[in-house]
Design a protein around this ligand. Structure first.
Ligand SMILES: [Zn+2]
Ligand SMILES: [Zn+2]
Length: 244
């Protein structure tokens, strides 16, 4: 399985040369490729990228609004996500519905959606992704993963939310009384330690990373992660990762 981090920027105004485009990752296996998320920055770029399929984590603008002009390939999302983007001009034959915890083979790559806490209006999932002998869990926006132990079981890499390093971005939804937003990188490293996952790659970078001194942040994270028996690195636009 080969991963290419097409974009690694969160839903923020600032950007730099390492984090220019909205978070999206290409998963390639054999001669097929699946693009995870297609935010505003990718609008009208799908033709050139030409993935075999697009898989959406949740219908926020930085993850799904690049589909506003339609899609040349099948798009996969949970029903609750489709409900929010049903007006997009995507042909009905290209609208594919994924079930929570229903593993589905997409272009030869297995995707299993796990429900995550992140937003009330934009119901979100993370994906356990398997191809060949490699497995990862991918969730760019998250407060909490439902069924985390099963999601993380035997994975090579956890790819998580870089919106904030050590101060959670949380808000309590009045109606559901649920905390929504983004947990910290530090908390996600603790998840990795608890589940025996030895490697985290950070994407969906927030202002703390994009406006900060990334070398210093990386160094601090690396040290902190090491103490937890995990390696951590911040992904950047164009970064590639091959897993076997
Ligand atoms: Zn986002
Ligand atoms: Zn979001």
């Amino acid at each position: 399985m080969k991963l290419t981090f097409l974009g690694t920027r969160g839903y923020i105004d600032s950007y730099n040369s390492r984090h220019r485009r909205h978070t999206s990752t290409m998963v390639a296996y054999r001669d097929k490729k699946v693009m995870i998320d297609c935010g505003e920055d990718w609008l009208k770029k799908l033709g050139k990228i030409s993935p075999n399929a697009v898989v959406i984590t949740h219908p926020h603008p930085d993850h799904a609004f690049g589909l506003k002009a339609g899609s040349p390939c099948p798009v996969y999302a949970i029903q609750q996500a489709w409900d929010k983007i049903k007006s997009f001009p995507i042909e009905s034959r290209n609208r594919r519905i994924l079930a929570i915890r229903g593993a589905e083979k997409i272009a030869g790559i297995t995707f299993e959606a796990f429900s995550v806490v992140h937003s009330i209006r934009a119901p979100a999932v993370g994906y356990r992704i398997q191809a060949g002998g490699a497995a990862i869990f991918y969730v760019p926006d998250v407060v909490r993963i439902r069924g985390r132990s099963e999601a993380f079981r035997g994975i090579d890499v956890y790819i998580g939310d870089g919106a904030t390093i050590s101060r959670p971005i949380l808000r309590r939804d009045k109606r559901s009384n649920q905390l929504i937003g983004h947990t910290t990188i530090r908390e996600q490293l603790i998840w990795c330690r608890k589940e025996g996952v030895s490697r985290m790659v950070i994407t969906h970078c927030g202002s703390a990373i994009v406006k900060g001194n990334e070398d210093r942040i990386n160094e601090g994270l690396r040290q902190w992660a090491e103490e937890h028996g995990v390696t951590a690195e911040i992904a950047y636009d164009g970064m590639e990762l091959t897993l076997e």
